[in-house]
Design a binder for this molecule. Sequence first.
Ligand SMILES: [Zn+2]
Length: 160
Amino acid sequence: MSHHTLVYGIHFSVSDVDGNLLDQSEEAHPLYFLAGHGALLPKLEEMVIGMTEGEKRQLTLEPEDAYGEYDEENIQVVQRSEFPAEIELEEGLELLAEEDDGEVRPFVVDQIEGDEVTIDFNHALAGETLTFEVHLIERRLATEEEIAHGHVHGAHGHHH
Ligand SMILES: [Zn+2]
C-alpha cells in the first residue's frame, strides 16, 4: 500500500439530464473517502484526485461510466417461498441477495403477484446520464490505521 494514500473531503451534488437534483451532501456532512477503495465511481474519483483544495469542478458521466445501462435481464421472477419467511415482502422493498460465490447484490422488489415476486437488480440510477458538481474542501494524508482499515476515521469518517 502506498504511503501517499490520501483522504479527500468533498461536497457534491448529482443531477440527471433534466437538471433534477438526485442527491447531495449535507452542508454539515461532507463526504470523506479514502482514495483507491472504490468509494466513488472510478471516473469521478479520477477527477477528484486531480483537483486542488478549494476547487470546484463539474463532470457528466454517461450510464456506462456511472451505474450502467438499464438491463432487462436484471429483472427476475422468483417464488415467494424463496425468501426467508420472516421477511415481509412489499413493493419497493430493498434487499440483498447473496450469490453462490459470496458476493452480495442489492435488488428491489418490483412487483408481487400471488406467489410470484418480480425483483430488479438494476441500480436505481441505471440508464441515467449524471452530472456531478464537486467542491474539494479538504485533502490530507491518510493515517496508517485508515489505510489498514480501508476507510476514513475521525470526525467525518468511520466511528468504532
Ligand atoms: Zn477503521
